[in-house]
Design a protein around this ligand. Structure first.
Ligand code: PMV
Length: 357
């Protein structure tokens, strides 16, 4: 076989974070920042995974990798026991990547009688741990690679059933990485575009023809999703009717956004104006839930001074913010805003939301 490349995008939550935990709608979209896997054949029967961005380079003798049946994991830590003793498991994000590789290799190769030697090298433009779905992009690229190597995908192009299979395995990879993920990150990385997501329901692709220009600002302030989600819960326990009202308003923001993404009748400028309004409203609602942060407020102020709307994205408390860039804005003017934000110690990415999976 010839070398091949697989890629998958990161994600950004556009609307509905936190409220989604309580069964409200959220909207997420794909980023044009992706993880890329280059897969090359080897003449020995070994499997090597190289992740230069996070310092991982592991070489497995294929016969030492266990073949696994069934996908039920009672705890991700069980995977650790499956790693061949010849491999030292790295610390940090590399650890998750190695565990996921061993698990998905074992499950996907068990579905086929093929063995083949290969080197998988993954590079990613997505910062790790910033809430931009870097692990889901990795898991989608990894699942597609292993399925391709075992002849489980169709020869040309990616069919609907291929996507479904890739998404299912990527979800299992996310379970190894995160325990109980919602599934939205791997769905966005598989299908691309804009998805509406409600907990416990299949995600709905909004089939939008719009693409959004955004500036993503990583405040570089570390956040704990778990602690922030717990904080909202504690606030809701103390003031249930107040907080439920806020969560309902966030739900209305998400459903309004879904209608806007699907609209074909409105002029682009009107859509843009409405999108800016709901971005501001969603940020305000999140900040009343106590999940904003001084750094995120700084992003909001700097961009508001240029008449741009921003909101935190993901868990808040630091992490990333997104700013809508009007279609008519010259990229030189976006550079000026990005430089102002970078002068505050933040890192900016000019990107487009809504591209392919
Ligand atoms: O930490 P992130 O960016 O992956 O986003 C978490 C989103 C929350 O709604 C706060 C939590 C959740 O599980 O949906």
């Amino acid at each position: 076989w010839s070398p091949f490349v697989v890629s998958a995008p990161g994600k950004v939550i556009l609307f509905g974070e936190h409220a989604v935990v309580y069964g409200k709608a959220a909207i997420a979209g794909s980023l044009d920042m992706r993880a890329y896997a280059l897969v090359t054949p080897r003449t020995d029967n070994k499997a090597r995974m190289v992740l230069p961005d996070i310092g991982v380079d592991v070489l497995f003798d294929s016969h030492t990798l266990p073949l696994l049946s069934g996908t039920e994991l009672s705890h991700p830590s069980e995977v650790e026991a499956l790693v061949p003793s010849s491999i030292s498991i790295p610390e940090g994000p590399g650890r998750t990547a190695v565990l996921t590789f061993v698990y998905l290799y074992g499950c996907i190769f068990a579905e086929s009688d093929r063995t083949t030697g290969f080197t998988l090298c993954v590079r990613s433009l997505l910062p790790v741990g910033a809430g931009l779905g870097s692990s889901a992009a990795f898991n989608v690229a990894l699942s597609a690679t292993l399925l391709q190597l075992t002849g489980q995908l169709q020869e040309e192009g990616v069919s609907a059933s291929d996507s479904k299979l890739i998404n299912q395995w990527a979800f299992h990879g996310e379970q190894v990485a995160h325990g109980t993920p919602s599934g939205i990150d791997n769905s966005v990385a598989t299908y691309g575009g804009f998805l509406k997501y409600i907990k416990g329901e299949p995600s709905v692709n909004l089939e939008s023809t719009h693409a959004l220009r955004v500036l993503i600002t990583n405040t570089n302030v570390p956040k704990s999703t778990k602690a922030l989600v717990a904080g909202v819960r504690a606030l809701r326990d103390r003031y249930p009717s107040v907080v439920d009202g806020i969560l309902d308003s966030i739900d209305s923001v998400s459903t309004t956004a879904a209608t806007l993404f699907q609209s074909t009748s409105e002029a682009e400028e009107t859509l843009e104006q409405q999108m800016q309004d709901i971005i501001r409203i969603n940020h305000g609602l999140l900040s009343t839930l106590g999940v904003s942060h001084a750094s995120l407020e700084r992003v909001r102020e700097v961009t508001a001074a240029r008449n741009l709307a921003s909101k935190l994205t993901g868990a808040g408390g630091g992490g990333c913010a997104l700013t809508l860039i009007p279609n008519g804005m010259a990229s030189g003017d976006v550079d000026v805003v990005a430089r102002e934000l970078e002068a505050e110690g933040f890192h900016c990415y000019q990107t487009v939301v809504g591209g392919g999976g």
